[in-house]
Design a protein around this ligand. Structure first.
Ligand SMILES: [Ca+2]
Length: 177
């Protein structure tokens, strides 16, 4: 079977079972800019969501699955930084791996202008979500846009650090193990 035919057959097997939405969105929240799925959980970022009075601060919605086919349209929790600020872009990248959720905020100003950071959360046995930590490289003060993309495989984490908006240098991909 050729690759194209295999792809076509796969497409016909996919059935749209619903759409998820963020409970409360501002105009231009760009919800769904990034999505992740693992086990019975799904996450989707809204990096331009207004948080409090802060435009483009960003959030990410976490959803769970009920039964074998239905996704519950009611979100479990809307994740956001504890101290949101204008143009953090929290949620431009998300990934979920088992019980751990990672959300990038590449334009947050924790160590300098737009240095960025990655937030880690854990889904508890009760189904609630706890903030665990932030991840930053040791040379965080000299970079911009850390957290623009995230990928996880086993114990390895790779995080893109780039700033395409203001043109902050050639960019980098940080690997954690
Ligand atoms: Ca910033």
């Amino acid at each position: 079977m050729g690759r194209l035919k295999a792809a076509r057959n796969f497409t016909t097997l996919l059935i749209i079972i619903g759409a998820i939405l963020l409970l409360t969105t501002c105009e231009n929240a760009i919800f769904g800019a990034t999505v992740g799925i693992s086990g019975g959980y799904m996450i989707a970022g809204a990096p331009w969501q207004t948080v409090n009075e802060f435009a483009l601060a960003g959030t990410a919605g976490l959803y769970t699955r009920t039964g074998t086919a239905d996704w519950n349209s009611a979100q479990i929790q809307e994740l956001k930084p504890t101290n949101p600020n204008t143009e953090d872009w929290f949620g431009i990248s998300t990934t979920i791996d088992g019980k751990f959720i990672l959300v990038g905020a590449p334009y947050i100003d924790t160590f300098g202008t737009n240095n960025g950071t990655v937030y880690m959360y854990e889904i508890n046995d009760s189904g609630t979500v706890s903030y665990r930590d932030t991840i930053t490289p040791s040379d965080i003060t000299s970079i911009q846009g850390f957290g623009f993309d995230i990928a996880v495989d086993g114990n390895s984490l790779i995080v893109g650090a780039t700033d395409p908006i203001s043109g902050g240098g050639p960019g980098a991909a940080y690997i954690f193990d």
